[in-house]
Design a protein around this ligand. Sequence first.
Ligand code: BGC
Ligand code: CA
Length: 294
Amino acid sequence: MAQEARCVWQARALLGEGPLWSPRQDAVYFVDIRGSRILRHGLSDASQGVWELDDAACWLVESADGDGFIAGLRSRRVVRLRLEPGQTAVIVAEIARIESDRPGNRLNDGKADVQGRLWVGSMDDSEEAPAGSFYRIDSDGAVTRVDGGYTVANGPALSPDGRTIYHTDSAARTVYAFDIGADGSLSGKRVHIRFGEDDGYPDGMTCDAEGGLWIAHWDGARVSRFHPDGRLDRVLALPVSRVTSCVFAGPDLDRLFITTAAHGREEEPLAGSLFECDPGVRGLPPCGFGSPRS
Ligand code: BGC
Ligand code: CA
């Protein structure tokens, strides 16, 4: 059974997002989109690292070959990034450029899948127009638009067999499911979960090894686990309202880390912190960009 969440880092992230577990480093990385920072929490020694960026990172995944990170930037560029402790973050290569014709958009959540592809959403930075899309980026950098009409594209998550992808329009309070074909095409778009007004907005998500979907509730002060058929299983309450995303971490993938946002919630003392809980179920190993997971 999921237990109470504890604050592990009062990072005061304005928009903490996109948590990622690095098995190589046994560390959880996450981004602060509005604060233009990348943060690192070491699991074995509780060490902390912070990198300030000129162009905010909206998500981060590891490169499958171990050569640094891949980040999606506010400027809608996807880049290879080197993050060394105590040094400035360095962009070493540009992998893709998205929506050069949409300066009002920024990237939002992104994830890698077992094939080493990226799945990335874009959104209207003012969160008003349905100007956002959903993209697949193959390991050679080719960008394919796979869906559109999102106001706040959020939280791609992959099922354990890698054949279903969940993707959200937070503004519409709707989580969709799609089937992924062998060539990476999407079909069978359907409503998987709809949030009610009392639930807040569905934000970042991750699947556990049993196919349960853990969804962060923005303005809902919780993370919920849903069964693979979309029924609510259980709820983990947090002491802050803007809960943004979660990730399984640790060598046994049995720790759940949760990001939150302080923006607009200045009166909440723990808003923007990184939290941890014992979810009572194991997660899936993280995927990197560039080649299939071995
Ligand atoms: C976006 C925010 C948005 C929130 C809730 C986040 O993923 O980055 O801009 O306010 O979701 O919709
Ligand atoms: Ca998000």
